[in-house]
Design a binder for this molecule. Sequence first.
Ligand code: PFF
Length: 454
Amino acid sequence: MIDVNEKKQRDQWGSKIGFILAAAGSAIGLGNIWKFPFMAGQNGGGAFVFLYFAILIVVGFTLMMAELTIGRHTQLSPVGAYRKLKAKWAWVGFLGVLAGFLILSFYSVIGGWVIRYIVKALTGAFTISDPDALGGLFGAFITNPLEPLVYHAIFMALTLGIVIGGVKGGIEKYSKILMPSLFVMMILIMIRSLTLDGAMEGVKFLLLPDFSKINGGVVLAALGQVFFSLSLGMGTMITYGSYLNKDENLVDSSIQIPLLDTAIALVAGLAILPAVFAFGFNPEGGPGLLFITLPAVFSQMPLGSLFGVLFFVLVLFAALTSSISLLEVVVAYFVDEKNWDRKKSSLVFGLIIFLFGIPSSLGIGIWSDIRIIAGRDILDSVDFVASNVLLPLGGMLLCIFIGWVWGLDNAFKEVTNNGKIKFPLMNVWGFLVKWVAPIAIGIVFVQGLIDTFF
Ligand code: PFF
């Protein structure tokens, strides 16, 4: 991709596929493969998935297009974009910077676990399927105070290296091969998982909604997951949209990216939860679920260890194409708004975010007694504030901004490139942006907080 600080002569995506790859690269990551399955496991399975789809349709597509529209219109990253359209709103862009900071702090911890599991797979640890043994393996890693931090540092260093080294364009080119490979690999794992004895229980758990499981907290969790998974609510898609050419059809992109993202999340869910039931793991196992469950599946596949290595390498790649977009939002703010040098700002924030992530890592292991938000450990609490508070707030404010401040007419002109591109559902989108999405987000947000805390 192109440097966000290049204001004067702004580059554009060399091709449509370049943009789709970068935006899909940001969206597809640990959110799909690691977070979606364990969130579904913790929040009632099918009920959570049902809500996820409902919110995706009403809010996800709508906001994807809203962010891309603002980005392409202003050709600026979030803070600058808001400032250009209405100076008083620039602080909303800053909320996104804060969200990016918080998310990357724990994202990098999990990215570190992925690297650790590449090494584990290489050393042939994936030959057992006993839940207690696999849980013990994960537990021993995470309760070691130092080891996870070393891997957290390695993940952050890789992210930094890509952002400073200006090789993001190259990384995005590789994603043309590696992302489809990840998808194929996940489908194979899913097939193995679905053919295990007792797998149907997991399929039922994931796909048949039990509506009695729904409460405000579950709806808020699904809302946060849609934002997190699609990289919405913090201006990432504003930034990517800012490189789009006026002739590009925003509508297609706003549909394709969420569909791709959701397909990956569903396949991940269908790879993990059937195995959870088949082997007798606990679906409410939380953040460790991916790491505890999949090795059991690999142990039941021919060439399982090799599979395990390849899988975790591809997951690492997907995680990096997301983490660079997270760091980018923070770095772009300091480069664009505070005139910092790009390299310095990457180094400084890479380090600060790494340090900030340390408690999240320790909170899964030796500090697991520390509970901050409604019984959540440190990592979960940081995630809660970022994904369930800041991102929905950022998304709601963006809708209010477009619907009531900047105006739907301006947005329509941008989407259709002054009438040159046809978009028959324009008014539906307008109604969703102006009324439905902000009100729905507002209600879920308030009720969700009430149900979470009381
Ligand atoms: N969407 C990424 C994932 O699902 O892993 C995480 C993420 C990236 C969230 C970038 C927000 C963001 F701006």
